[in-house]
Design a protein around this ligand. Structure first.
Ligand SMILES: [Zn+2]
Length: 325
């Protein structure tokens, strides 16, 4: 009988399921459906179950790996909560799926599992230690140390997005810095994620009405239409205001990466997520900024992710494979 690994990804905007034979580098089958924001955990769970059953077509997998877009207690297989979908508070997802399918299941946070995916199959292959960072609507991160995900004492290791990139000089200066969703000021995420780039661009266009012509043209005069992607397109087309915005975000991210490199001296840093597609100048500034914030003897090996959206699914495969050994 054919051996099968089932990989599931409960993402913020999509539910994905994939089947693969152990050791293979291509999917046997893959299915994705949007996860509408107005739904709840029950909807996500049932929809994913239907996707998985359709792919399996009455076959039984050897093991199941699960990526979840939110905090997870991996040791207990427990979803702590979702920032997007209500009803996921303290859901024993591992045990539920184990009962459903009768095979071993492992559940991980999406950034951690994407780190494992890039380490096992992608841009971090052959590295002993790896920091994975995803830069999109937020900034997440995960560590693989000696071939295993490093969770930390509270399952929260790798939160590079919430390291401070720019401490305020005093309490008055603090008010001029961006507020992070975590409640603090000037986190890497609040300066470097996609929405932060768009917000900074909008504010500067309002403050400097004579600049940013290419960016304004791309937005067709509608500042609300500006996204990180618009900013990077204008920046790569020579718009100086867009370049200042994009490079400011890249500097903040690089600063955080430099701090992480100095603390942990990883062999490689892999960056994925939509903002990592911002072009060569973004990458150059990230690397320069990281280099400037670490010791000269330390390597600054920062590379693009191999898998994009599929990193969590490949990580789920890697994780499930550890259950079959
Ligand atoms: Zn924060």
């Amino acid at each position: 009988m054919q051996r099968l690994i089932l990989a599931l990804d409960y993402g913020g905007t999509q539910l994905s399921a994939a089947l693969v034979t152990p050791g293979a580098r291509e999917w046997l089958d893959l299915a994705r459906v949007p996860s509408p924001p107005a739904k709840d955990a029950r909807y996500d769970y049932d929809t994913m179950l239907a996707l998985a059953r359709k792919l399996l077509n009455d076959r039984k997998p050897d093991a199941i790996g699960v990526s979840f877009g939110g905090p997870v207690d991996a040791a207990r297989g427990l979803v702590i909560l979702s920032h997007h979908v209500p009803g996921w508070e303290n859901v024993p997802l591992r045990d539920q799926l184990q009962e459903e399918f009768g095979v071993p299941v492992a559940v991980e946070n999406d950034a951690n599992i994407a780190a494992l995916g890039e380490w096992e199959f992608g841009a971090g292959r052959g590295c002993e230690s790896l920091l994975y960072i995803t830069v999109s609507t937020g900034v997440g991160g995960g560590w693989v140390l000696d071939g295993r995900i490093y969770h930390g004492a509270d399952s929260m290791a790798g939160e590079i997005g919430h390291t401070i990139a720019q401490p305020p000089a005093n309490s008055e200066a603090r008010a001029t810095l961006p507020l992070c969703p975590c409640g603090r000021y000037s986190c890497v995420e609040s300066l470097a994620c996609g929405p932060a780039i768009a917000r900074d661009a909008r504010e500067r266009l309002i403050a400097e009405p004579d600049r940013g012509a290419k960016l304004r043209a791309l937005a067709q005069g509608n500042l609300d239409a500006i996204s990180a992607e618009t900013v990077s397109r204008a920046a790569n087309d020579g718009d100086e205001l867009a370049q200042e915005v994009l490079h400011g975000a890249a500097r903040a991210l690089g600063f955080g990466i430099g701090t992480a490199i100095t603390l942990m001296n990883p062999e490689c840093v892999v960056i994925g997520g939509g903002v990592s597609k911002s072009g060569e100048s973004w990458w150059r500034v990230v690397r320069e900024s990281a280099r400037a914030n670490t010791l000269p003897q330390m390597r600054v090996n920062i590379v693009p992710a191999a898998f994009g959206d599929y990193a969590p699914l490949w990580g789920a495969v890697a994780l499930a494979q550890t259950l079959t050994r």
